[in-house]
Design a protein around this ligand. Structure first.
Ligand code: C5P
Length: 229
């Protein structure tokens, strides 16, 4: 079986949360946001190692708290693709999953759906359906509606054959604007990108209200597991 590492990108500042701690390290029910997805990936038998890519300011504490037999810690770059590159530099696996630290609720089911697509695609992204009506706009005026049945929301984890991803990351250096994810780089190279249906609960924590929703979800699952005892 080919080897697989996970790179959790946690080097963003997350200014929209309005807190002084970088987003991935903000406590969620007493534990840093990034520790939730880390635990899920470490519990999956297909995953060799997890690489945490953290801001310079958090390197020392993250290295102390998480580095070990299956966890490596490194520092990130200015843009997301640069943080991914730093993680790739210390991976020796054939395949990698890239995951946003800001998505604590990744599940084994979603990981398995990505893995199932491995024989067919060098790159597979996690998507969820778009449920809102989506429109263009200009100034204070609504423009055309976009057919939502043709749209999906792109999330993480995203899975790549590492060699193909590395080619994309080389190209990223010469792009005028940084890509918002690495699958964009794949498509620009003509690589087909597969989709795996994700779970809307694996949303990205961006604003203070997202944090409240995340806390409520954890509290509910704690109550359910207590009820089941
Ligand atoms: O900014 P955004 O929410 O899109 O970031 C998605 C993920 O990428 C976050 O987990 C963030 O920590 C990470 N990131 C990073 N390095 C950057 C920018 C973002 O690791 N320079």
């Amino acid at each position: 079986m080919s080897s697989l590492d996970v790179i959790i990108v946690a080097a963003g500042s997350g200014t929209r949360l309005g807190l002084s701690v970088p987003k991935a390290f903000v406590p969620l029910m007493g534990k840093p946001i990034l520790s939730y997805s880390l635990q899920t990936f470490l519990s999956h038998q297909a995953i060799n190692s997890v690489i945490l890519v953290v801001p310079d300011s958090m390197y020392e504490s993250a290295n102390r708290d998480y580095a070990g037999k299956r966890v490596k810690v490194t520092t990130g770059g200015e843009h997301r693709w640069q943080s991914v590159s730093r993680g790739i530099d210390i991976s020796d696996a054939e395949w990698v999953m890239i995951h946003d630290a800001a998505r604590p609720f990744v599940s084994n089911m979603v990981i398995d759906r990505l893995l199932a697509m491995k024989p067919k695609y060098d790159c597979v992204i996690t998507v969820t359906p778009e449920v809102d009506t989506i429109r263009m706009y200009s100034g204070d005026q609504a423009g055309e509606t976009v057919d939502r049945d043709k749209l999906v929301r792109v999330g993480t984890p995203q899975m790549f054959r590492k060699e193909t991803l590395c080619q994309g990351l080389i190209r990223a250096k010469s792009l005028p604007t940084p890509p918002t994810d690495e699958a964009i780089l794949m498509q620009q190279m003509g690589v087909k990108v597969g989709i795996a249906w994700g779970d809307p609960r694996n949303f990205k924590i961006t604003t203070p209200s997202d944090l409240e929703i995340a806390e409520a979800l954890i509290a509910r699952s704690q109550q359910m597991s207590l009820g089941g005892q």
